[in-house]
Design a protein around this ligand. Structure first.
Ligand code: RP5
Ligand code: MG
Ligand code: MG
Length: 272
């Protein structure tokens, strides 16, 4: 079973709101926790944003829970989520906070994460392996998030009505290339197809009892390093830094991104 940890027992980001204590054995909703009384918090800056839902309860805003309404996908990768007192309930369990926090959507907030990889090479262009495992070393494009300063996959939210495949390319272009002029090559690289790696919950620090992140992660691999592997990376949008990073078990990334990247290493029989 998937567990969350980054959305427990801390101050909600960019707020003075402390999460209600939740011990590891109190996370699942199936565990009785009679004292549980989480504060409610919805960040003021999301009010009226195009990417955000209206407040609930509401006479006029009646979301189709557990459905894709065409513009906004309210389906979870974890099956049907419950609606309690008119609000969707986090499928993984308690977070110590009700409301939406800084997330725009009630229920699942869908993101997409492009894991762009190449093989690590020496100055002669030969692929470098790890001495201990004997396996070739992958490198991935990682960005440093400006919100929590952690290194991460350059992912982002799926815009209303946007296809996940478009989000993957757009977020990479915004965060890792800052729109530098490589549109045709990047277009071709992303269109030639990614390999599906993960669809599901993200252990994100912004999750609440009523709003949570889910992602679709694909691997786009530059086998001979002649395409995106050659590009000059430039951090843009909500990325403070960008770099090629060696993939391995010592990799520490935002949320559960390292677990997702590990799946890429396994799939490509690379060093981990
Ligand atoms: C993560 O936040 C997702 O996996 C994705 O990488 C990202 C989307 O949110 P923003 O980068 O737009 O804040 O949890
Ligand atoms: Mg972004
Ligand atoms: Mg982002």
């Amino acid at each position: 079973v998937f567990r969350h940890v980054t959305c427990l027992n801390n101050m909600y980001p960019r707020s003075g709101v402390l999460r209600f204590p939740v011990a590891e054995e109190q996370v699942f909703w199936s565990e009785p926790y009679v004292e549980y009384c989480p504060p409610s918090y919805t960040a003021p800056h999301i009010g009226g944003q195009v990417w955000a839902d209206a407040p609930l309860p509401s006479e006029t805003f009646q979301p189709k829970w557990n459905h894709n309404d065409g513009q906004v996908n309210r389906e979870s990768f974890h099956g049907a989520y419950e609606i309690k007192d008119g609000l969707p309930r986090n499928p993984i369990g308690r977070t110590g906070l009700s409301g939406r926090g800084s997330l725009g959507r009630w229920g699942p907030n869908h993101a997409a994460d492009p894991i762009v990889t190449r093989w690590k090479r020496n100055s002669n262009g030969e692929i470098v392996d790890n001495a201990a495992t004997g396996k070739n070393i992958l490198q991935m494009v990682a960005i440093q998030r400006s919100d929590n300063r952690l290194w991460a996959i350059p992912g982002g939210m799926v815009d209303p009505g946007e296809n996940v495949s478009a989000t993957l390319k757009r977020e990479f272009t915004e965060e890792a290339l800052n729109f530098t002029d490589n549109a045709n090559m990047v277009e071709k690289f992303f269109t030639e197809g990614g390999v599906h790696i993960y669809s599901g919950y993200v252990d994100d620090f912004r999750n609440t009892d009523n709003a949570w992140m889910e992602t679709t992660a694909l691997n786009f691999h530059d086998e001979d390093g002649s395409q995106v592997g050659q590009l000059k990376l430039v951090a843009g949008d909500d990325a403070a830094n960008v770099r090629w990073t060696d993939v391995g078990s010592s990799l520490k990334l935002h949320a559960n991104h390292a677990d997702i990247v590990r799946e890429v290493a396994i799939k490509r029989d690379a060093h981990w």
